[in-house]
Design a protein around this ligand. Sequence first.
Ligand code: S3P
Length: 173
Amino acid sequence: MPTSDPPSPSSPNLLLVGFMGAGKTTVGRRLARCLHWDVVDCDDLIEARAGKTISEIFADDGEDAFRDLEEEVAATLADYRHTVITTGGGIVERRANLPRLHAAGRVVYLRARPEALYARVKGSSHRPLLQVADPLARMRDLLARRAPRYEEADQIVDTDGLTVEEVVEAILR
Ligand code: S3P
């Protein structure tokens, strides 16, 4: 059952999950500023580990290699304190990552309709999974598969029609 408890000593971090285009990075930065917390992005940690960009990892090594790195990074998240942690949309692809996210803090799912997500990501060239003929169809398929896992979050925020500030308020409320 989703709750909206504020972060507590037993939930030392806030983790944002959700599909590509859900606004995790923007909301995460704003949240961190409000809380005077740090912000860390899993994709940045993966790129630092690999010494190359996400697109290069997918192109050179394939998606499985990327997911291995993502899993390694997920295993380090419980070491953070007072940090807003933004995750890549596919972090739930590996089931083993879910308990790792929950062990690191309060998990918030930024939920949005596929059409709204598509409007935000269309034309972006740095998301390898969307470099296909019909990205919206791809997004619908991936979202259908991932949604039950995102919904295991402690809090779900329906972001359609909300401003960034309103999403932040809903999380902090
Ligand atoms: C992915 C989402 C991306 C990034 C990678 C894979 C996914 O992060 O991790 O391209 O599988 O949904 P964002 O959700 O920040 O775009």
